[in-house]
Design a protein around this ligand. Sequence first.
Ligand code: UTP
Length: 293
Amino acid sequence: MIKKAVIPAAGFGTRFLPATKAQPKEMLPIIDTPTIQYVVQECVDSGIEDILIISGKGKRSIEDHFDRNIELEAHIQEQDETLYNQLRHIESMANIHFIRQKELNGLGDAIYHARFHCGNEAFAVLLGDTIIDSVIPVTQQLIDAYEQYHQSVIAVEEVPWDKVSRYGIVGGAPLNDRIMQINELVEKPSRDKAPSNLAIAGRYVLTPEIFEALEKTERGKNNEIQLTDALRIILKHENIVASTIEGKRYDIGNKLDFLKTTVEFALKRKEFAVPFEAFLRKTINDIDGKVKN
Ligand code: UTP
């Protein structure tokens, strides 16, 4: 049973500068909800209520977001009952703990900060800048695979072959149509060196052996402790499976994906779907008109 989740959210977010100069990318809202709230909701929907957020310099607003704001609540309660209930929901969603990563030494190092919190239990990892929209929460999909195979599970998704060099790629032998026994993990391979087009998708279930592996992991790409390198150490003496996600992944840390996410989520929201679709259609018609003229 997986009871704990770790959400790394300490990174610089350089791909989203200047917005992330003084504001965490994990707090960038998709319409009206900060990205990290979707991530916390995925944990809760997967049955996990004990969450450790890896925070850092300039990330105070994440803590404030999940804290109570009694003055604001009192002010809103008189005006808007629905909004008031939404605010109360945020602070009671889960048991959220924070630890600061004082130096940004990479994703592997961020996860190493969870060693005392997670102890000897397997735990879920959800990147704080990645939303996955799915019917069954992706973390739940990974927990199901963990319960079946009793091995660390890495969420993967198919990416176009000409984009494999942007991702961590797994290779191995399929166990069924969604699960693969991993025998290779390659960070950003060229197309001809990639063992598959299955890319690591920002969600994991990890056994506590990861902490020992992280201790042995040397600085890799960008002079950072990379989680993929630690997983490669584990692979030498332990099995790991990859689970192809059923869902759509949105990387909020990249500006174009952020825009696409906002559009897709707005089209799914009851109050915006009709006027926003009309706006998009008109915008595209106007563009088409200009192209023809
Ligand atoms: P990214 O690789 O997207 O990190 O991390 P980043 O450094 O913030 O982004 P860019 O490349 O500079 O734009 C994925 C997740 O891991 C966290 C990030 O906050 C993000 O949610 N992370 C990354 C940490 O917590 N600590 C780190 O040292 C690095």
